[in-house]
Design a protein around this ligand. Structure first.
Ligand code: R5P
Length: 295
């Protein structure tokens, strides 16, 4: 078994390697003057089971291309099996056509990874579980929820209500609620009343006087979760926590999340959170052990 890391989240790969009691394999990564990438594996991997760790987070095109080149290099070096370990699977939100003449990028990326030569995928908390089916190779879909739920449970929050920030996230939020002593569930329902009329948010469920925990797969610009939090406060929630696996954190996420509306924002380390993106209410939990165990 050999483990290699792309450049997207090296500290995460190092944690996985530590968990497995291994070193990351040597690899040269260079950039040509025009921006093209060069990768060379620096040891023989002939006949080996190779694991390539690379979340396809920001800058998503570079990180995806780097993963593809790593897979191609390993295939051409006669690795026996190549597993792409993708803690955060980018381009996942376009998982179906919602209008004419659109691309389904989640499927396009699956095709690219398979064509490059991956034989197996390990990914965490996909935006939608059906993306597993876009691959015709074995796919281990790992959930970050044990780490997030253990952390929430350790806080012993009273009068808890778990909230899905949209209808699409209900199954995820329900699974959290079940594990948190069967806490009640609430759902934020976003809808447009007419064309050109702003979205109206409604809460389905009772949040008055409760500690609300908003659960999502990712926080990107922070718009969804912050709008949800404002509404929960208006409806009488005492405190609002935000909980998500993937800290995508595109601007203006940090300004929104640190505005004081959240008691705490809990994310994992599938995507690196640089020091200048850290704020007082942010907690970053490690899910490297879960990935290590899956490998
Ligand atoms: C949407 O379906 C996703 O689950 C997230 O709610 C969304 O991508 C978060 O994006 P943002 O933080 O930019 O609102």
């Amino acid at each position: 078994l050999r483990l290699f890391s792309g450049s997207a989240n090296v500290p995460f790969s190092q944690e996985v390697a530590r968990y497995l009691g291994m070193e990351l394999g040597p690899m040269i990564r260079k950039r040509f003057a025009d921006g093209e990438l060069y990768i060379q594996i620096q040891e023989s991997i002939r006949g080996c089971d190779v694991y390539l760790i690379q979340p396809t987070c920001h800058p998503v095109n570079d990180n995806l291309m780097e993963l593809l080149i790593m897979i191609d290099a390993c295939r051409r070096a006669s690795a026996r099996q190549i597993t792409a370990v993708i803690p955060y699977y980018g381009y996942a939100r376009a998982d179906r056509k919602t209008a004419g003449r659109e691309s389904i990028t989640a499927k396009l990326v699956a095709n690219l990874i398979t064509q490059a030569g991956a034989n197996r995928i390990v990914a965490m908390d996909l935006h939608s579980a059906q993306i597993q089916g876009y691959f015709d190779i074995p796919f281990d879909h790992v959930y970050g929820s044990p780490v997030l739920i253990n952390y929430l449970a350790s806080k012993q929050l009273a009068d808890l209500v778990v909230v899905s920030p949209d209808v699409g996230g209900v199954a995820r939020a329900r699974a959290f609620a079940k594990k948190l002593d069967d806490a009640p569930l609430a759902i934020i329902d976003k809808r447009r009343q007419a064309h050109n009329v702003a979205e109206v948010l409604n809460v389905i469920g009772d949040v008055e006087g409760k500690t609300a925990v908003l659960v999502d797969d990712m926080i990107d610009t922070g718009g969804t979760i912050t709008e949800g939090a404002k509404l929960l406060r208006e409806q009488g929630a005492r405190q609002v926590y935000a909980c998500a696996t993937h800290a995508v954190f595109s601007p203006p996420a940090i300004e929104r999340l640190s505005s004081g509306i959240f008691e705490e924002v809990i994310v994992t380390n599938t995507i690196p959170v640089p020091e200048d993106h850290r704020f007082a209410q942010l907690t970053v939990l490690s899910v490297a052990n879960l990935i290590g165990e899956t490998i």
